[in-house]
Design a protein around this ligand. Structure first.
Ligand code: ATP
Length: 368
């Protein structure tokens, strides 16, 4: 019989039951399974201490593995030294040598390998040209802007011709404006080079902007793997819904559900509800003007409000709708939503993932 199963894109990295235990107690990374498609941009995302950097360092070979396996294009690299893996790492601070020119920084690893000066400098110059830094090749890092240093760091990582580029918070040293600009450059480089990028970040916004696939981690386990659209629209757990932001977690008789702040609707008390709508009574606790919309903070009716209490629910009301029907702090209202807009949150916030099948991180577009 013919096999009609769609072929999976080849995996650049496959992680099988990978565990890291630093000391007794809960592992920093707890038996995670993950498959990262070749040529994709994958972001490992999660709060501080969730195990994302440890995972990246184990892939890089900068951290030993307690148990489990790491495969790069079907080659088991778990116990190989970092330089023999086919990966390269780009760090948060770029880690450029301050006393070396951009050219010598890029050529450095070839020098360590004993490559002749003319050859290594030609390769380094070629890579600096590729990242539009050829004209600044003789400058020292201190004479370069943050964005230029990042380009040098990228060229330096690429000179070893890695199959997979690992990026540990590569944008966090940049100011907010430059961060957004360099984010776009990283994305463009990844597509142009056709390499697999694995990028660690704690920023939801950064991961959403960059990733083909987001891997959301918490307490050493993977909570969810999916495209930014899938993760944002269908958070799998209460943790993911709260961590991604823009969602309300609502207790219903059938369990907790997630409803986006722009999908939750508000009506004055006593107004007729749309047919089939699910609803609850609430009190307005905050009214914030945000330009194109007004953000209402609300609390379930009957819950005592203290001065420092944060709103339990948020609703985005378009500016024009708020002008037509304004709301005030202290006002009793009805919140409603359609069943289609409510996504069941299957797991409690801190429970470890159920025994996972190998989660697959697929590319949306795999450049040649
Ligand atoms: N060298 C180490 N020795 C002992 N514990 C460590 C070590 N490195 C990390 N840990 C612990 O392992 C857990 C995961 O750390 P990890 O650095 O991977 O988290 P992270 O998600 O990258 O956090 P951050 O965003 O703060 O860097 C944390 O509880 C951390 O304290």
């Amino acid at each position: 019989m013919q096999d009609t199963t769609p072929a999976q894109p080849p995996a650049a990295i496959e992680i099988v039951a990978l565990t890291k235990r630093y000391a007794s107690g809960k592992p920093a990374v707890d038996a995670i399974n993950l498959r990262i498609a070749s040529g994709s941009y994958c972001c490992l995302l999660g709060p501080s201490g969730c195990g994302k950097s440890t995972t990246l360092r184990m892939i890089a070979g900068h951290e030993s593995v307690t148990s489990g396996d790491i495969l790069l294009e079907n080659r088991n690299i778990t116990d190989l030294p970092a330089a023999a893996r086919g990966t390269a790492m780009m760090f948060q601070s770029f880690a450029l040598f301050p006393h070396l020119s951009a050219l010598d920084n890029v050529a450095f690893s070839l020098k360590m390998k004993g490559v002749a000066k003319a050859e290594r400098q030609a390769k380094a110059r070629d890579l600096l040209e590729r990242v539009a830094m050829g004209h600044l090749a003789e400058r020292k890092p201190a004479e370069l802007s943050g964005g230029q240093q990042q380009r040098v760091a990228l060229a330096r990582a690429l000179i070893t011709q890695p199959r997979v580029l690992l990026l540990d918070e590569p944008l966090s040293a940049l100011d907010p404006f430059l961060r957004i600009q360099m984010r776009a450059e990283l994305r463009r480089w990844q597509k142009e080079l056709g390499l697999t990028f694995i990028h660690v970040t704690h920023s939801q916004e950064e991961a959403m902007a960059l990733a083909d696939t987001m891997v959301v981690m918490n307490h050493g386990v993977i909570e969810q793997v999916g495209s930014p659209l899938e993760v944002y629209n269908r958070p799998a757990s209460e943790f993911v819904a709260r961590f991604m932001g823009g969602h309300n977690v609502i207790d219903t008789p059938d369990g907790k559900v997630g409803v986006r702040t722009d999908h939750l609707q508000v009506l004055p008390q006593g107004s007729p509800l749309p047919w089939g709508a699910q609803h609850m009574q609430a009190v307005v606790t905050d009214v914030e003007y945000q330009g194109t919309y007004v953000l209402l903070g609300l609390q379930k009716q009957g819950v005592a409000l203290s001065a420092n209490a944060t709103a339990a629910y948020s609703v985005m009301v378009p500016e024009a709708a708020f002008a037509a029907q304004p709301y005030e702090v202290g006002q009793a209202v009805q919140l409603h939503w359609t069943p289609e807009q409510a996504h069941p949150l299957t797991r409690p916030a801190t429970a470890p993932a159920a025994a996972p099948a190998v989660a697959t991180a697929t590319a949306q577009a795999v450049p040649a």
